[in-house]
Design a protein around this ligand. Sequence first.
Ligand code: NAD
Length: 362
Amino acid sequence: MRVGVPKEIKKNEHRVGLTPTAVREYVAHGHTVSVQTGAGLGAGFTDEDYTRAGAELVADAPTIFANADMIVKVKEPQKVEWEMLREDQILYTYLHLAPDPEQTKGLLASKCAAVAYETVTDARGGLPLLAPMSEVAGRIAVFSAAETLLKHNGGMGLLFCGVPGVAPARVLVLGGGVVGLNAARMAMGLGAEVVVLERSIPRMAYIDEVTNGRVITRYSSIGAIEEEIVKADVVIGAVLVPGAEAPKLIKREHLARMKPGSVLVDVAIDQGGCFETSHATTHEDPTYTVDGVVHYCVANMPGAAPRTSSEALNNATLPFGLALADHGLEALKKDPHLARGLNVLKGEITYPAVAEAMGLSW
Ligand code: NAD
């Protein structure tokens, strides 16, 4: 199969669809891979890295789109990209179609087969191609909180890890899923006192086990939240209710009870945020303060680490991508988890939540 990797064109997107390591695997499977010149530079991969891995370099995106049987990307196609897609072509990338009718219509018009990373499943009911970005975001959340706690960044002037004789930060994590556990373990590693509030009892047992009881778990109730926020120096919001907007667990009136200069990191901001006072921010201007509490609500946290994020994403996307390249759409018949990734085929929506969002009955 001819596989094409265009340079990402969405603003501030520096990740790349295939790393040189992944290209080598596709080439070893007998596929030809065309990579747009400079596609990997933002993630630290040079054109030479790609040619060494067996890719051919192509100067412009239209040539990549014109000659590929499968396009591998990171972000959803922009208008200029979906207009280049065509029937008999596979698109393999993050799509997030439900809130994006314009893109959905564009993909339908192209008649391409669009496989979305975010709806591919695994045997445990998880979303294996979303998990790597949650791992990155959970870990970045702790670095960002530690930075924001410093005085010159608007925080209370507390050193996250403390020093001998002075207590470290107390960190409250709301939601102990992939983001939450990664944040909790990172905070624990930096010496913080960590409490995770969760609703899933098996998940709390798991967190207790993997952290050797060093992370305190509590059932997430209104009372537990109210008790914990007054003690916290940092609160990391990491809840997810699949398919729904994030529940607003911290209300505006709670802020006045929190320590002045404490920090809220709302990782769930991409689902609307779990603090009532959250609104999305950017890496360029990541924080703002409400009632003395500093808010960090960057909607694209993994974007700060395109190198790590590209590699982690490729580790997860590679086996499914190779199956698509080896077998074409037949791969969907062989693997029901990959089949759940198919969102659009031959001008039809093939994923229930996207159909519902477009007002179509399923
Ligand atoms: P996940 O499904 O692995 O974990 C969510 C957890 O929240 C689950 O364990 C669930 O039991 C728990 N939960 C649900 N309701 C709760 C409540 N009321 N109180 C406490 N816990 C509750 O999801 P995840 O992969 O960890 O993602 C978490 C959020 O982070 C999502 O909104 C995701 O989209 C977002 N995210 C954001 C970025 C970013 O850059 N901002 C990056 C990656 C993920």
